[in-house]
Ligand binder design. Structure first.
Ligand SMILES: *[C@@H]1O[C@H](CO)[C@@H](O)[C@H](O)[C@H]1NC(C)=O
Ligand SMILES: *[C@@H]1O[C@H](CO)[C@@H](O)[C@H](O)[C@H]1NC(C)=O
Ligand SMILES: *[C@@H]1O[C@H](CO)[C@@H](O)[C@H](O)[C@H]1NC(C)=O
Ligand SMILES: *[C@@H]1O[C@H](CO)[C@@H](O)[C@H](O)[C@H]1NC(C)=O
Ligand SMILES: *[C@@H]1O[C@H](CO)[C@@H](O)[C@H](O)[C@H]1NC(C)=O
Ligand SMILES: *[C@@H]1O[C@H](CO)[C@@H](O)[C@H](O)[C@H]1NC(C)=O
Ligand SMILES: *[C@@H]1O[C@H](CO)[C@@H](O)[C@H](O)[C@H]1NC(C)=O
Length: 399
């Protein structure tokens, strides 16, 4: 019996080849990488809902705690969901990274939502023409950007004391004005933080309290093509945030500076994102790149390792190692797969980094996958269906 993983790899390879013209048209990043759900965002776990009771003219409660109102945005560790839109039912298929709805992720404390934007191939779609897909829309179609931003808008409207960050990977190099259409039509533009400059040095970020007071509680980053003059709320990611290697296939996680803006001269003036999700090669074994990253190899989340990868221990030890290498500051963002699994351990770890206690959501707020499903068919494709498709496609190509 040929292992499922190999069959899956074949499927993905075939799909990649078939769709390669659109997938690989343009490098995503300032340097060398482009691919699969590589950007992860971190957010901080927040205390959902109940904190909104305390909204007053001046914010007295931020993320469920008065102490946090005085903390700079840049002095908080935000829990992040890698490919927050790639939501599967249950244990998840090859191209999924989460299995709780967007609202469920936010209710659990995720405050950084990372996503991957592609030019829509949907002939009947209206709007900005951007879909959230994983690697390619033929592999995972996560629905329109409007559908996604609409959910974020509903949540932040209902939770005005929570600060949420959106990290959008601009896979097809679309101009920011195209993204802006979706922020405008969903009304989310009214919640977006608009700084006076597109590059904000680490200590110049506002406090959470002042962001809450202003009602502009959503921070937006775009991986490439950001243009502050044209859209002043989609900030250039790598001028403001650097990342540790993306798609690592070995632990302990590597804390080195991997992607950073080419014109940055002092990395300590930036915030940073720790990529704390573990990939495994579809062909077995770990990636071959020297950084222990998957690079362009075919990888999939190592779901068997989630108990360790998302544990309090790994979250703390990775963050402390990164801090020891980078001016004794903890990561600002930590990106994980299946972020609420198991038992919100990752959230508990992030809470410890912030010096607060974690409150798990009530079961009604947990938000299973169905609540957040994009309504597109692929997002809920169980892995055995993908497996079958692999076999069929593989057969076609081999024959
Ligand atoms: C916030 O500041 C404290 C005190 O300087 C520091 O220990 C912590 O690492 C900082 N966290 C972040 C994310 O900057
Ligand atoms: C999500 O997936 C993980 C990893 O496969 C699994 O342990 C967990 O039970 C799943 N959760 C839900 C709500 O389906
Ligand atoms: C294509 O767009 C239409 C109209 O917006 C929408 O109803 C449909 O679900 C979309 N199809 C996919 C696969 O996203
Ligand atoms: C995506 O669409 C934008 C215009 O809407 C265009 O500038 C860009 O080249 C497209 N990218 C790809 C890879 O087709
Ligand atoms: C850690 O990542 C950096 C940057 O990608 C790389 O140069 C280095 O070799 C990696 N270190 C290890 C031990 O893999
Ligand atoms: C916000 O509250 C959540 C839930 O209690 C906690 O996990 C998280 O660490 C808090 N974030 C900050 C910045 O304190
Ligand atoms: C966390 O909870 C414990 C036990 O309820 C309490 O003693 C402690 O003061 C709390 N810590 C914070 C930072 O709220």
């Amino acid at each position: 019996m040929v292992p499922f993983r190999i069959l899956s790899a074949l499927l993905v390879s075939i799909l990649l080849i078939v769709s390669s013209s659109s997938v690989c048209a343009k490098p995503l990043t300032p340097h060398w990488k482009r691919d699969i759900g590589r950007y992860i965002r971190i957010g901080y776990p927040g205390r959902p809902k109940s904190s909104s009771i305390n909204v007053k003219k001046r914010a007295t409660t931020c993320n469920g705690s008065s102490d946090l109102c005085n903390r700079l945005y840049s002095n908080v560790t935000f829990a992040g969901a890698h490919n927050s839109y790639a939501i599967a039912n249950g244990a998840g298929g090859l191209a999924s990274n989460q299995n709780v709805s967007l609202a469920g992720q936010l209710n659990a404390g995720i405050r950084l939502l990372q996503s991957q934007a592609h030019n829509s191939t949907n002939q009947t779609a209206s709007g900005a023409g951007i879909d959230l897909c994983h690697t390619s829309c033929s592999i995972f179609q996560g629905g329109s950007l409007e559908y996604y931003l609409g959910q974020v808008k509903s949540w932040v409207d209902a939770n005005p004391t929570e600060v949420v960050t959106l990290l959008i990977v601009n896979s097809d190099g679309s101009p920011p004005s195209k993204f802006a259409q979706a922020f405008e039509s969903t009304g989310l533009v009214s919640k977006m933080y608009q700084p006076s400059s597109g590059t904000i040095s680490r200590n110049s970020w506002p406090t959470l309290g002042s962001m809450v007071d202003s009602g502009r509680t959503v921070v937006g980053f775009l991986s490439t093509e950001a243009d502050f003059q044209s859209v002043n709320y989609l900030l250039d990611e790598f001028s403001n945030v650097w990342e540790t290697p993306f798609g690592q296939t070995q632990t302990p996680f590597n804390c080195s500076i991997d992607r950073i803006g080419q014109s940055v001269t002092d990395s300590s003036q930036l915030m940073y994102l720790s990529n704390q999700f573990l990939d495994q090669s579809l062909f077995g074994g770990s990636g071959s790149s020297s950084s222990g990253s998957s690079g362009d190899a075919l990888t999939t989340p190592d779901t068997d390792a989630l108990g360790t990868t998302n544990s309090v221990d790994t979250t703390l030890s990775t963050s402390y190692t990164c801090a020891s290498e980078h001016n004794n500051v903890n990561p600002n963002f930590i990106l994980t797969d299946y972020s609420t699994t198991p038992s919100y351990s990752f959230m508990r770890g992030v809470a410890q980094l912030n010096g607060v206690n974690y409150t798990a959501p009530s079961s009604s707020e947990e938000g299973g996958a169905s609540g957040g499903s994009s309504g597109s068919s692929a997002s809920s494709l169980p892995s055995h269906v993908l497996g079958a498709a692999v076999v069929m496609l593989a057969a076609l190509f081999i024959i």
